[in-house]
Each structure stands twice: as C-alpha cells, then as structure tokens.
Design a binder for this molecule. Sequence first.
Ligand code: PDD
Length: 287
Amino acid sequence: MIPDVDNDSIVYLNGQYVRLGDAKISVLDRGFIFGDGIYDVVPAYKGKPFRMEGHLARLERSLAAIGIVSDMTRDGWRTLVLDMIARSGLGDCMVYIQVTRGVAKRDHGFPKNIEPTVFCMVSPFERPDADKREKGLSAVGIPDIRWLHCEIKSVSLLGNVLAKQRATEAGVDDVLQFRDGFLSEGSSCNIWVVRDGVLLAPPRDNLILEGIRYGLMEEMAAEAGVGFEARAISEAEVDTADEIMLTSATKEVLPITHYNGKPVGNGVPGPVYVALRAGYDKAIAEL
Ligand code: PDD
C-alpha cells in the first residue's frame, strides 16, 4: 500500500491499464538508474484538459531534446490524456505523463534497440484555496544550483527537490532561485515580478522551464492592459518589487506576499495579480 494515494486508481504503463498499487517497473529502468527521462503535467477542470496542446508540444520537445524516440504520435498522446481523465472519473485533476529511455544493462551510453517506458496517472487536483489566493505565499531567495538545461522537463529533479526542501526548512512556501545574481524560477514554478506596473519575467532560455502558463500570462497581461517585458531580473529588483507571483499547472497563479521575511509591496496581493488571477479564472470558466 502506497500511503496518501488511491491505490485502486488505474494507471497506464506501457500499453497496459493497471492498479496504481500494482504498477511496477524494472530496477534497470533508466529513469530509476540515471533519471534518464522526461515528464509533463496537464491540469484538467471538470474533466477537460487545460492548454493540453501546449503541454503535449512541450512533452515532444523534451523527448526530442534528450533523443528519446517514441512511436506515440500527437494524436496518441491526446487520446491517452483524454482516455485517462475519462477512466479516472475525476473532474478537477492532474494528468502526469512520464517517459524514460527504457530498461537496459546499466551503461551510461544510449542503448540500442530500446523501448521507452511510458507511464501515465491521474490524480485529484487540490486547487489553491481562498487563503492562498487572498493572503498569498512566502518565499526566500537561494542560489540556483541546477544544470544548464532547465528548459527540458527532465525527471532528474534533485536540484528542484533540494530547493523545495530549503523552503520547507525555512518555514516558507517556496524559493526564488538566482543564477549569477539573476532570477531564474521557483522550485517547480515560474516567477513573475511587477515593477512600476510592468509585468517582468526571466527570458525564455535554457535557465528556466518555460511554463505553459508563461505564454498565457503574456496574453492575459495584454488583455488587462498591463505592460510585459521578458528580461534578466536582478536580485535587487526582486528585493524592491511591487508584486511577486508564481505560476504552474498545480498552483495556477498565486501571489508571493512575503519575501525573505519582509512584505512585498504592502504585503497583500497587488492589482496586477488581481487582474491576472481574474484572467486565469475566466480562461478556466471558458474551457
Ligand atoms: N512543474 N518551472 C519548473 C521547474 C516546473 O517544474 C514547472 C511545473 C514550471 C511551470 O510550468 P507549467 O506552467 O507548465 O506547469 C516551471 C510541474 C507542475 C511539476 O513538476 O509538478
């Protein structure tokens, strides 16, 4: 029995549908041995996936980036996601897809004639509650110790895991990571800064995972008449930001109202957050 999950829920593993509690992979799976794999997380509301095509395009980019060749087509991925949501019977849920290079004798080089391991599960989506939306979250700044291909949604997440643990140990919700003095991202989310009414984001490059909400925030800012700029953001600019927020599939968009023990702006969610949050809620309602 795996605690805190529905062991009876049905997962997909290499073409088979099995109970989560019974699903097994080989100890020689390269995902287990080397972290040699990628994943994606697609949110769904009332049984309908949100921005699925963006997630599937990113899944395909991640696979291509690490040279995993899967015979799944875009149609195949789409059918899998829709089928898994339907089988789960859940309304608001998270579809997790993971692909590893597969099972082989332990050897760092890519094995020949290897079948990727494909896994998919659906879990209930505990959406951010009113308290988080209205009071906001807390964060501390830490150095970004991760590798130089953060644009790949790799399952090698040790750097992110250690970052989240830093937050837990500091008694805050998340971290803001800085590489060479410039903002990269949170432990598992993108970070946004507002200065003088303009929404700022770190550039889309190899130092961050471009969230599916990245483009959406840009669209919503335009709709709300908020200026947007993607550029390097220094630690000093974060320290004196008017607003800070984060986005991810699981956190949606949330304000960070306390940073390094101090209030951000007035210590309450700011007007740009309120406008973008309304845009996000509208996008969900229009699904
Ligand atoms: N994380 N940056 C990192 C490092 C992430 O892990 C994530 C998402 C994001 C935001 O991406 P998106 O908006 O597409 O969710 C940014 C997922 C939710 C996870 O690891 O569970």
